[in-house]
Design a protein around this ligand. Structure first.
Ligand code: 5GP
Ligand code: MG
Length: 194
């Protein structure tokens, strides 16, 4: 789709199958949790999904459409890659978190877990709002790169420490619409300093 793409790490078919599995696992676990409280997946005001923008937008769109669960979506924006660099400079919240998370079952979604700074930050601020439960789901996990001790409850694919684009992940704002998880040609990432 883009001539700058060098290699595909995860194909469209693999993503589709795995996102379906994740949807089933998350729904199953939420069902068990709500069961214990005498509630169901269709009861109102229980479940809040918080996708981290902008990278999680395609993941969350595909995931929630495979979940017959009454949920609300509340976006949060975290900035971690300022400018053109691909090396993490730490995370900061660029939008407010939803206020009313107390007693809710919260599922935070991100495209990729890398240094862990983004999800450690979100985990900390969401926990302060006293949710009934907090789960983290990521499409991709670069396990070897952690700077903060945070793990996801649901992982789509573990990938090596390479800079990837596609399915929501960008380089310099582009390639989010590439349908596969892919690595760009080295000469397409001139600012790469990582
Ligand atoms: P962390 O805070 O865990 O280092 O990184 C999480 C965020 O960094 C992700 O939400 C994503 O936006 C960005 N990120 C980490 N690795 C990659 C990558 O390989 N490609 C792209 N496009 N973004 C990444
Ligand atoms: Mg992100």
């Amino acid at each position: 789709m883009f001539p700058e793409v060098d290699r595909v790490l995860v194909s469209e078919a693999q993503i589709r199958e795995r996102v379906g599995e994740l949807a089933s696992e998350i729904a199953r676990d939420l069902r068990a949790e709500l069961d214990a409280q005498g509630q169901t997946l269709q009861d109102e005001d229980q479940i809040v999904f918080i996708p981290i923008m902008t990278g999680a937008m395609i993941f969350v769109a595909d995931l929630v459409r495979q979940m017959p669960v009454k949920l609300s979506l509340d976006l949060v924006t975290v900035s971690s890659y300022p400018g053109e660099t691909v090396t993490s400079k730490g995370a900061h919240l660029a939008s407010d978190l939803p206020e009313n998370l107390a007693g809710k079952h919260v599922v935070v979604l991100d495209d990729i877990l890398d240094s862990g700074r983004t999800l450690a930050l979100i985990k900390r601020v969401v926990s302060e709002r006293k949710p009934a439960s907090l789960r983290i789901a990521v499409l991709l996990d670069k396990k070897t790169n952690r700077a903060e001790a945070v793990e996801a409850d649901y992982v789509g694919f573990e990938i090596p420490d390479e800079f990837v684009v596609g399915y929501g992940l960008d380089y310099n704002g582009y390639y989010r619409n590439h349908p596969e998880i892919a690595v760009l040609r080295p000469d397409a990432i001139p600012a790469r300093d990582g």
